[in-house]
Design a protein around this ligand. Structure first.
Ligand SMILES: [Zn+2]
Length: 728
């Protein structure tokens, strides 16, 4: 731990370990071996299963179900004593959302109910209601018992937030409390137009925050002000929304954020981990810690709880975490393994972390581009299809920025006033649901010289997801909404007989790109310089599209470098000819606003398309537009082959550049790295950094620098999984 004993544990426990105890483990938990492993992996804190669904200590509460093989053993107590003797922080892990049938029989009014009054179950267990006395009486008693007997530094809870959004609880407590809070009866089902359903969504968020505060009041009253209760949170905002966890409000009330975001898979890619770290830090602050549970077992698609995950797959996830300011936390399921390869996986990574921890915490990001988000957009605009409506556009923008090595930060839409001055450009990736206050903040940002890039339906809805008559920023964007669109946001049919996705974009309709190639009589022959946003497309007049187009009426002062070409048949090949060469429908508009600020609006959902198709043309186009909007204000340029996720930070007297090599990410899982290099780095020096020294933290040697007019250049010869360059 940090040498300063005066610091509370949550400011100095940088590396964590968790052996998630299964019910049979009390018969075979080799505490001495694990103590040695804690030391080998340099962890400073451990998460130990205490109670909830399964108790690993002899609780005085008969309904607190004990692990099947616990017998008379006090495994939680033994482990807590051992960890404390070794100087480690202990978080007691709770898992509190369901109970046995016996518990249900004794307190039938503490449980969730469907509309017919039938209890919601998960397998043989019964799901408790967060508005019942299970959370206000039973669990508080358990928390107090654990604190008094074992003195853990704090608590964490894996599944603290109760029933998720997919199911409405109709228990008596919910009925009464919802009516008292909102004046509505419980909604009868999912209906986003129903005021009661909307109120129910908001109220559910509030209930989780009440629970958070209530648990903290209990643990801190009994265990002291540092005895925090910390529910676990996902780094995936859509998952947070499905569980009514308000990321911003939770971060505002917490001294540390524990992420349960263990791996890539499903709709999560490596880069999402770095993005999550930056997003959480932008809420909780950069001086606080954000440890994250990282699976060492084969998690997700498919899951094998007892098998080792390939080491490179784990290490790239961990490297992305470090780049985003996340602290490591190895996680095993069970205390006994026949596949012991997983023990080796985290050791090198955590030892490296220990050796360089001073560079990995307490730093400020350097970025000129902010990407806006809000959970309201996910809930009230995304509704039942947040993945396609909100998450794909966000991910498409972020991927394009990463691929082009443009440093960015995720920014909450409520923080435009607070943080806007740090950025040259703000991006709205289909930020459709937006409040009047957020709109005013964007106007002020542009009035002060800021640049905007907006896509799709951005600003076209209120914060409740009601469609506005026009874009709230119609005048700034230079387009009016018509209420019509072409194409769809869905993945579309796989079969080639259907061609709704076979649409294109026409580049600069007035000009042909090159004279090379055959000519048709009715095409323009004018040659000339194309707009900067079309850089790199000199040999083509069209780009593939395949997405949804918002039909807009452009203002007179906008430039239209791209227009839409309607779909035409794919199959058979004889029919695959363009029926209409062009339309007047803009796919992209550009204009100037404010004090020389630049505003770009994508009517074509290139962001969503890029997330879905990964076509280089879409990524290049997005990056070109962001570069055009931002001008010559990028703090970083990195040249060289490979998919490199660059994260740039500042500490007094030095800058820290993470280069995460995601070139191998096409393998799923990654079983072998694809080294890249050399990478030529050019970055703008902050006033307090001389740039005379550059040190590599992974390959451990110094490299030469060249300084010119406030910029420094250096060359990183090779990057295997990741590299960190410190320039001072
Ligand atoms: Zn209920």
């Amino acid at each position: 731990m940090s040498n300063n004993p005066a610091l509370p544990w949550y400011h100095k426990t940088y590396r964590w370990g968790q052996t998630n105890i299964t019910e049979i483990d009390p018969t075979r938990y080799d505490i001495d071996w694990w103590r040695d492993y804690w030391q080998r992996t340099r962890v400073q804190g451990v998460i130990i299963n205490a109670g909830g669904i399964v108790a690993y200590y002899p609780s005085r509460y008969p309904l607190h179900y004990r692990a099947q093989y616990l017998n008379d053993r006090d495994l939680f107590g033994e482990l807590t004593r051992a960890a404390h003797e070794d100087g480690l922080t202990v978080l007691a892990r709770m898992d509190s959302n369901r109970t046995t049938a016996q518990f249900f029989q004794e307190h039938t009014d503490w449980f969730t109910r469907d509309r017919d009054g039938k209890p919601y179950q998960a397998g043989e267990h019964y799901i408790t209601c967060i508005n019942s006395n299970y959370y206000t009486t039973f669990l508080p008693d358990v928390l107090r018992e654990i604190i008094v007997n074992y003195h853990p530094e704090g608590f964490t809870d894996n599944s603290w937030s109760g029933l998720d959004r997919a199911r409405i609880c109709y228990c008596y407590n919910c009925e009464r409390k919802f009516y008292e809070a909102t004046g509505h009866d419980l909604p009868t089902g999912v209906d986003w137009e129903d005021v009661a359903y909307r109120a129910w969504i908001r109220w559910n968020y509030d209930c989780r925050l009440v629970l958070w505060d209530q648990n903290n009041a209990i643990t801190q009253a009994v265990g002291g002000p540092e005895c925090l209760w910390l529910g676990m949170n996902s780094g995936n905002l859509q998952h947070q929304s499905q569980r009514f966890r308000d990321m911003k409000a939770i971060c505002e009330r917490s001294e540390i954020v524990l992420l349960d975001y263990q791996t890539r898979g499903g709709d999560t890619d490596f880069y999402n981990n770095g993005d999550a770290g930056k997003l959480v830090h932008s809420l909780v602050g950069w001086d606080k810690l954000v440890p994250e549970s990282m699976a060492q077992y084969q998690s997700r698609t498919p899951t094998f709880r007892l098998a080792s995950k390939p080491g490179p797959e784990v290490h790239l996830w961990m490297a992305e975490g470090y780049a985003g300011g996340i602290q490591p936390w190895w996680h095993f399921i069970s205390a006994y393994h026949e596949d012991r390869r997983q023990y080796r996986t985290p050791e090198s990574s955590l030892r490296w972390h220990e050796g360089h921890e001073q560079y990995l915490i307490n730093r400020r990001p350097l970025a000129s581009v902010g990407v806006l988000w809000s959970q309201e957009n996910i809930d009230f605009y995304g509704r039942d299809n947040a993945h396609e409506r909100v998450m794909l556009p966000y991910n498409g923008i972020v991927r394009a920025l990463i691929r082009s090595r443009i440093p960015y930060l995720p920014i909450h839409a409520d923080h435009i006033v607070r943080d806007g001055a740090d950025f040259k450009t703000l991006i709205l990736p289909n930020l459709a649901a937006i409040s009047d206050g957020q709109v005013q903040a964007l106007r002020a940002f542009v009035a002060q010289g800021g640049n905007l890039v907006a896509t799709g339906e951005s600003t076209l809805y209120t914060e409740w997801g009601d469609r506005r008559p026009d874009f709230a920023l119609a005048d700034l964007l230079g387009v009016e909404a018509t209420g019509n669109s072409e194409g769809s946001i869905s993945a579309g049919p796989a079969n080639q007989e259907s061609y709704e996705k076979h649409s294109y974009l026409r580049l600069d309709p007035e000009q042909r790109a090159t004279v090379d190639g055959p000519h048709s009589d009715d095409e323009p022959m004018v040659m000339g310089e194309r707009h900067a946003v079309l850089r790199g497309f000199g040999e083509t007049d069209i780009l593939p599209f395949g997405g949804r187009l918002e039909l807009v009426e452009p203002a007179r002062d906008v430039e239209i470098p791209l227009t839409w070409i309607p779909p035409f048949p794919i199959f058979p090949p004889e029919l695959a000819w363009m029926r209409r060469q062009s339309t007047d429908s803009p796919a992209l508009t550009l204009r100037e606003a404010g004090k020389g600020g630049r505003v770009a609006y994508f009517a074509a959902d290139i962001d969503r398309c890029y997330a879905r198709y990964n076509l280089p043309d879409h990524g290049d186009l997005l990056a070109n537009v962001v570069r055009w909007a931002t001008g010559e204000e990028m703090p970083l340029y990195v040249e060289g082959n490979g998919l490199i996720d660059c994260h740039l930070y500042h500490q007094p007297g030095r800058v820290i550049l993470h280069l995460v090599n995601l070139t191998a990410a096409g393998q799923m899982p990654v079983e072998a790295y694809v080294p890249v290099g050399p990478l030529r780095v050019t970055l703008k020096l902050p006033p307090d950094v001389t740039g005379t020294q550059a040190q590599l933290l992974v390959d451990s040697y110094a490299i030469a620098t060249a300084i010119e007019k406030g910029w420094v250049q250096c060359e990183v010869p090779s990057v295997r999984d990741h590299e960190v360059v410190v320039i001072s």
